[in-house]
Design a protein around this ligand. Structure first.
Ligand code: IPD
Length: 266
């Protein structure tokens, strides 16, 4: 087995345990324990418990690797080799409301490049995986994205940040786009959105304001399914914009987002 597949195998086994813990804690009942950037940006005990469990499992298997996680940041084990990028529960608001769209997202990055990633919808058990250069899979089935070629018939996923001023900007961008596409979906977990675009259940996806842990694993899944995963105007993916779309849709969506200033504003 090559190194990328070894990292993926470890990621999958750790993410499955994490998803089991998240689901069990959800069944026992969930309350927000704190808020982060705004009143609506909540963290639950499960976010923290899952992140702790994943960190311990990574360090037990691979002492010296670094971990970047949503709840506890970068650990001091900042290694030269592999950095793991973790969203313990992507879709925390769905988790809080028991809506079945929340995921464990875990990626392995080597020298700044994500080489393996897994996203597991903890509510349903559905798994998406990818290895750099090795394709993307959902429960063993190879993914190749949507065959839609007409943006006017595209179902486009997106999301909103937690800050009111950013949301207003994002809503204005969406107001400019929504009359020109089939419809939008706001499902509430960016990692899952990227995987749904990878499997063609969404034709495309875009969002401003994502953090690395939101898109590291799902972005690799989408790219390995053949989607173009970019920022705007030549920028790499990052907090200003993530656009994931099959080549036939990417230019049209990208150019419209540029016209609408989707990567600008708060
Ligand atoms: C959020 C979700 C949501 C997206 C937000 C993210 P979290 O992540 O992915 O769909 O619209 O931008 O912050 O807070 O649930 O881990």
């Amino acid at each position: 087995m090559d190194r990328e597949h070894e990292l993926l195998a470890l990621a999958v086994s750790i993410a499955r345990e994490a998803a089991t813990l998240a689901r069990a804690m959800r069944a026992a009942g969930v309350d927000p324990v704190a808020t982060k950037s705004t009143l609506t940006d909540v963290v639950t005990a499960a976010d923290r418990a899952v992140e702790r469990q994943v960190r311990e499992a990574i360090h037990a298997a691979r002492p010296g690797d670094a971990v970047l996680g949503e709840e506890f940041g970068t650990d001091s084990g900042a290694g030269k080799g592999v950095r793991w990028i973790l969203d313990p529960i992507d879709g925390t608001v769905n988790y809080l409301y028991d809506l079945p769209q929340y995921a464990v997202s875990l990626a392995a990055e080597v020298d700044g490049t994500v080489v393996a990633g897994v996203v597991i919808n903890a509510a349903t058990g559905k798994e998406w995986t990818a290895v750099l250069g090795g394709g993307a899979f959902a429960n063993g089935r190879r993914l190749s994205g949507s065959v839609q070629t007409d943006l006017r018939q595209a179902l486009v996923g997106t999301g909103f940040g937690y800050a009111a001023d950013r949301r207003l900007h994002q809503a204005a961008v969406l107001a400019g786009l929504i009359g020109e596409i089939r419809d939008v979906r706001r499902l509430g977990a960016a990692a899952i959105d990227l995987c749904l675009a990878a499997e063609g259940s969404l034709d495309a996806y875009y969002e401003k304001g994502l953090n690395t842990w939101d898109h590291a694993a799902g972005g690799l899944v989408a790219a390995e399914a053949g989607l173009l995963v970019t920022g705007l105007s030549g920028a790499p993916v990052g907090p200003d914009m993530v656009v994931a779309a099959p080549p036939a849709l990417h230019k049209g969506l990208h150019d419209r987002l540029v016209e609408l200033g989707a990567d600008k504003g708060p």
